[in-house]
Design a protein around this ligand. Structure first.
Ligand code: ZN
Length: 152
């Protein structure tokens, strides 16, 4: 996929899922993520009940990649258990760092695979992973563990 096609797909994805860009009035988790190198700023919210992510949404400003990535992630995480969400978040970060993941992880990531080619664009990697890092922080994921995984 060339860069133009990638951008088109991302923008299309974003426009398909406007329901994930909004404020959740009764959220249980909220956190901010910033990517100063691009100017992306997002506030991510979760509504978690009985260990299930009932809702996930974001607000803020940013480039098409950061916004589309947050939208794709929100759609992916809604309805998942917190433990399942952490696995998906870590698999995505590994996908972007290393360029590929195992077939079953790839299948589980669904539409997020559209962002795979970002791994070849170092300047945009931070845009693509911003929402996912913010989510992992909010859910109590271990950043250090992810970094170690990436080195292995
Ligand atoms: Zn950006």
């Amino acid at each position: 996929m060339d860069l133009d096609a990638l951008y088109k797909q991302l923008v299309l994805e974003e426009s398909r899922n406007p329901e994930h860009r909004h404020h959740i009035a009764d959220s249980t988790h909220e956190g901010e993520g910033k990517n100063p190198s691009c100017g992306d700023e997002l506030t991510l919210q979760f509504k978690i009940k009985d260990d299930i992510i009932e809702d996930c949404a974001f607000t803020g400003v940013g480039c098409a990649i950061s916004q589309a990535s947050a939208s794709i992630m929100s759609g992916l995480l809604i309805g998942k258990k917190v433990s399942e969400a952490k696995v998906l978040l870590k698999d995505f970060l590994r996908l972007i760092r290393e360029g590929n993941v195992e077939a079953d992880a790839e299948e589980a990531l669904g539409d997020a695979i559209a962002l795979q080619d970002i791994s070849h664009m170092p300047a945009r990697v931070k845009c693509a992973v911003l929402a996912w890092h913010t989510a992992l922080d909010l859910l109590g994921g271990q950043e250090e563990e992810v970094l170690e995984d990436a080195i292995d």
